[in-house]
Design a protein around this ligand. Structure first.
Ligand code: AMP
Ligand code: GLY
Length: 425
């Protein structure tokens, strides 16, 4: 089967590596891909939301499956676009229809969905222009800190935690009146602050049954000790040491199953990944967000631990036979360390030559923001540049290997966090 994978990050490099190992694969194309994905397939210069160009490419190259990495095309309805077109309708798309992608595309939708289906989450109130003046009183009566979330997609920046009532009042006005996040913050979800430890749980579903993938924990802050601004993610670990049978059971019974049943009862035929961003509060799991895709850099730690043929699982999603599959997981630990451009997530320079990858041993190198220039030189092209993943029989062993190899890769202004996994060691 020929497969087209959409995306260009470390997540997509990790997915492409796994797909390229499948005996069921003929050709793998990645649109647009990065310098790393040229080793696992063929890069195609098409943007992930250019649906007509994707359509033409799919038809011209006998593509038998589309795998969607990022959320943008899903929220914009790529799956629906395929279903509506008689020439494309039979080609499975791994990634939900727009109605399902709304779990990520609209925090208001996600909150209401969780309330309808009794899924544990922080209690919340929704604000818009219409009830903005109620905000002051709401905050004065409540207890800080407050969590303010822009309803729509805001490139991972739409969540603001306000330590005081005054901050919350000002922030709510900036989001709604000043459209701080554009139309994404016309509606704002204000929710209670949950104090606990975060983890990411991933499932793959065909709409009827689901399979739980290895869980992970990511490190979102730029600075050591989880300080400074949020990034796309600076590293990840899998498994998560505090995940035990009891917690897993609670997550499955209270969160995963009601989500799948809820989608079904609302006639949303969800095919693809669901990423549960969870807060573990004294051993009670709460959903802090849903995503309609795999996480990045969690994927770089999770997929190497998956022993299954990923393409076989995707085919089962398309055929609705996922219940026949069994997931097997490598028991070893993985640690992923992200190498980023100095200055990220603020202003940074790109275009620096990257050297040293060939010297890396016993680790996987997943490219994220990289390109190959016309002379074949690999250069930085984004904030997050490369993810280094290592296995270890212990967490410490994996960590040490990733750090050893992180030192072997060079580009100007390289930065990485030296304390990935500090809170779960
Ligand atoms: P989100 O984009 O929803 O994942 O939010 C970004 C980050 O904000 C999360 O990874 C959490 O660290 C934090 N966060 C979101 N919601 C809450 C909450 N209700 N309580 C505490 N922290 C939260
Ligand atoms: N690692 C967080 C995300 O992918 O959204």
């Amino acid at each position: 089967m020929n497969v087209l994978l959409l995306g260009s990050g470390g997540r997509e490099h990790a997915i492409s590596l796994k797909l390229s190992q499948s005996p069921l694969l003929e050709k793998l194309y990645i649109a647009p891909g990065n310098a790393g994905t040229t080793a696992t397939g063929i890069n195609v210069p098409i943007q992930v939301t250019d649906f007509p160009a994707i359509r033409e490419f799919v038809l011209r190259n006998q593509i038998g499956m589309i795998v969607v990495g990022p959320e943008d095309p899903l929220v914009k309805g790529i799956h629906d676009y395929f279903l509506r077109d008689p020439d494309l309708a039979m080609i499975p798309v791994i990634g939900p229809v727009k109605a399902g992608a709304m779990l990520e595309g609209s925090k208001e939708f996600a909150k209401n969905f969780m309330q309808r289906h009794g899924i544990p989450t922080a209690s919340c109130k929704i604000f818009s222009k219409e009830n903005l003046e109620e905000g002051d009183m709401f905050f004065r009566k409540g207890h800080p800190p407050f969590v303010l979330k822009a309803d729509g997609l805001a490139a991972g920046k739409g969540v603001v935690i306000c330590p005081t009532v005054e901050d919350a009042i000002r922030e709510l006005k900036e989001m709604i009146t000043d459209e701080k996040f554009g139309t994404a913050s016309k509606h704002v979800v204000v929710e209670d602050f949950l104090k606990g430890i975060e983890l990411s749980v991933f499932i793959l579903t065909d709409g009827d049954s689901y399979k739980i993938f290895p869980e992970a924990k990511d490190y979102k802050k730029i600075g050591e000790g989880d300080t400074g601004p949020n990034t796309g993610g600076m590293g990840s670990v899998s498994p998560v040491p505090f995940m035990n049978h009891t917690l897993k059971d609670k997550i499955e019974k209270r969160i995963i199953r009601p989500t799948i049943l809820g989608l079904k009862s609302e006639n949303i035929d969800y095919k693809g990944f669901i990423y549960f961003g969870l807060m573990n509060v004294d051993d009670e799991p709460f959903v802090i967000e849903y995503n309609c895709r795999l996480g990045d850099p969690e994927t770089e730690a999770v997929l190497p631990r998956l022993c299954n043929d990923l393409l076989e699982l995707f085919i089962a999603v398309g055929n609705k036979t996922l219940d026949k599959c069994t997931i097997t997981t490598d028991p070893r630990h993985t640690v992923t360390v992200m190498l980023v451009s100095g200055g990220y997530p603020g202003v940074y320079k790109k275009g620096f030559e990257i050297t040293g990858e060939k010297g890396v041993s016993e680790s996987l190198v997943f490219h994220a923001g990289t390109v190959t220039d016309q002379n074949g030189v690999v250069r930085t092209s984004g904030g997050r540049v490369m993810a280094i993943t290592s296995f270890g029989n212990t967490f410490g062993e994996a960590l040490e290997r990733s750090y050893e190899n992180a030192e072997k890769i060079h580009f100007e202004n390289k930065y990485f966090r030296k304390d990935i996994g500090f809170d779960v060691k």
